[in-house]
Design a protein around this ligand. Structure first.
Ligand SMILES: *Cc1c(COP(=O)(O)O)cnc(C)c1O
Length: 385
C-alpha cells in the first residue's frame, strides 16, 4: 500500500564531490601536515597565483573567509567613519556587516527584480560627496550590470568592490569576476562554487599597492615583522584549505558547465510541466556567464512558503536566500529604514526559492523536484476550484 519512498534530494550535496576527489584531497592535507607550515606559506602563495591567473588579474591575497575579504577590501580603500558605501539590500548579511564595522554609512540601492542584482539607476540616485565605494553583489552567480556602474564610478571617482562570493568564474562581457572592479572578494565556504571544508576567502586586484596593503592587513597590519603600519587583524588563510582548494580549482570549469546544464534542465522541466506561470525562472542577461551557485525561482500567488513546506515534507532540500531584506534587520533599526523603502528587494524576499543545484545533481533528482512542484500546484488549483 505504501507509495515508493523516493530518496531525498539535498539542496547541495558536498559528499558526492568529496568522494570523487577523496584520494587527492587527503594527499594534499597530509602534504601540509608533513610540511610543518600550517598557516600561509607556499600553499597559500601558490593558490593566490593560480586564482589570480584564473581570474585574469595580477594579484590575489588569501584570507580567512569571504567576510574577511570584504573587510580587507574596504580597509584597503580607507573606508571609514564619514564615508558612504552603496550596496544592495538583498544579499547575505556579510556584505552589510563589513560596511557597518568600518564605521561607514551603508546606503542601500534597490535591486533589478529580474536579476536580483543592484540596479544601476538606483545607484546613480544615491551618490553624494561622501560616497567612497559601490559594493555590487553578483548574487546567485550572475554578475551585476557593470557597464553603467563603471560609468558612475568613473564620473565620481569612486571605487567598485565586487562581492563575488557567489560568483567564482562568472563573466561579464567576457571578463571574469575579479577584474570587474578595483578589488573583488571571494568566499571559499563549502557551498560556494569553489569551496573548501572550512572557512577561506580571497581578494583579487590589479593594483599592487592595494594588494600589498591587504597582505599586511591580514596579519595585523604588520610590515615588516612586529612593526605595525596599519590597524589590521587576523585574517590569515590556513595552508590546509589552500591545498584543498588547489586540488579543486582545476575542476571548476567542468563543475560550472555541469551547473549550467542542470539549470537548463530545470528551465526545460519547468516549461514541460506547464509551471512557468507559477515558477519564474532565472533570467540570464546578455553578455553574462551565469555560474549558478543557486538556481532561484520566484513563486507566484503568495504560495512560496507553502511550497517550501511541501518540498521539505517530501525530502527536498530548499532554502530562501534571503527571507528578510537587510534594511529591515533588527541590528540596523537605528538607520531608520521602513517597510516599503526598497520594494523590489522586499518582494524578492517574499517570493524567491532556491531549488537543489550542485554539479553532480542527476536528471532523476531534478525531475523529482519539479514533479513535486507540479503536484503542489495541482493540489492548489483543486482547492481553489
Ligand atoms: C558567502 C557570502 C559572503 C561571506 O562569505 P564567508 O566566507 O561565509 O565569510 C559574503 N557575501 C555573499 C554574497 C555571500 O554569499
Amino acid at each position: 500500500m505504501d507509495a515508493i519512498r523516493h530518496p531525498d534530494v539535498p539542496l547541495c550535496d558536498l559528499l558526492t564531490q568529496y568522494r570523487s576527489l577523496q584520494a587527492e584531497v587527503e594527499q594534499a592535507v597530509c602534504r601540509v601536515l608533513a610540511s610543518g607550515q600550517a598557516i600561509l606559506g607556499p600553499e597559500v602563495a601558490a593558490l593566490e597565483k593560480e586564482v589570480a591567473d584564473y581570474c585574469g588579474a595580477a594579484y590575489a591575497v588569501g584570507c580567512g573567509s569571504g567576510t574577511d575579504a570584504i573587510s580587507l577590501a574596504l580597509h584597503a580603500l580607507d573606508v571609514g567613519p564619514g564615508d558612504e558605501v552603496i550596496l544592495p539590500p538583498f544579499t547575505f548579511f556579510a556584505t552589510l556587516g563589513c560596511v557597518l564595522r568600518t564605521g561607514a554609512r551603508p546606503v542601500f540601492a534597490d535591486i533589478d527584480p529580474q536579476t536580483y542584482n543592484i540596479d544601476p539607476l538606483q545607484v546613480a540616485n544615491k551618490i553624494t560627496p561622501r560616497t567612497k565605494a559601490i559594493l555590487p553583489v553578483h548574487l546567485y552567480g550572475q554578475t551585476a550590470d557593470m557597464e553603467p556602474l563603471w560609468r558612475i564610478a568613473e564620473r565620481h571617482h569612486i571605487a567598485i568592490i565586487e562581492d563575488a562570493a557567489q560568483a567564482f568564474g562568472a563573466e561579464y562581457q567576457k571578463k571574469r569576476t575579479g577584474t570587474l572592479g578595483a578589488i573583488a572578494c571571494f568566499s571559499f565556504y563549502p557551498s560556494k562554487n569553489l569551496g573548501t571544508y572550512g572557512d577561506a576567502g580571497m581578494v583579487v586586484t590589479n593594483d599592487p599597492d592595494w594588494a600589498n596593503k591587504m597582505k599586511a592587513l591580514r596579519v595585523h597590519g604588520m610590515e615588516p615583522k612586529y612593526y605595525h603600519k596599519y590597524l589590521g587583524w587576523n585574517a590569515r588563510l590556513d595552508a590546509i584549505h589552500a591545498a584543498i582548494l588547489r586540488v579543486k580549482l582545476p575542476h571548476i570549469e567542468r563543475w560550472t558547465a555541469q551547473r549550467q546544464a542542470a539549470a537548463q534542465r530545470y528551465d526545460q522541466l519547468i516549461e514541460q510541466a506547464h509551471l512557468t506561470q507559477w515558477l519564474t525562472r532565472p533570467v540570464v542577461k546578455p553578455q553574462r556567464r551565469h555560474v549558478f551557485n543557486q538556481y532561484i525561482v520566484r513563486v507566484a500567488k503568495g504560495q512560496r512558503d507553502a511550497l517550501v513546506k511541501h518540498l521539505k515534507s517530501e525530502g527536498i532540500g530548499c532554502e530562501i536566500y534571503y527571507p528578510l531584506s537587510l534594511h529591515l534587520q533588527e541590528c540596523v533599526r537605528h538607520l531608520g529604514y521602513q517597510v516599503g523603502d526598497f520594494p523590489a528587494s522586499e518582494e524578492a524576499s517574499r517570493e524567491v526559492l532556491a531549488l537543489p543545484i550542485f554539479p553532480e545533481i542527476t536528471l532523476e533528482q531534478q525531475k523529482r523536484v519539479v514533479e513535486l512542484c507540479a503536484a503542489f500546484v495541482r493540489r492548489h488549483n483543486r482547492l481553489a476550484a
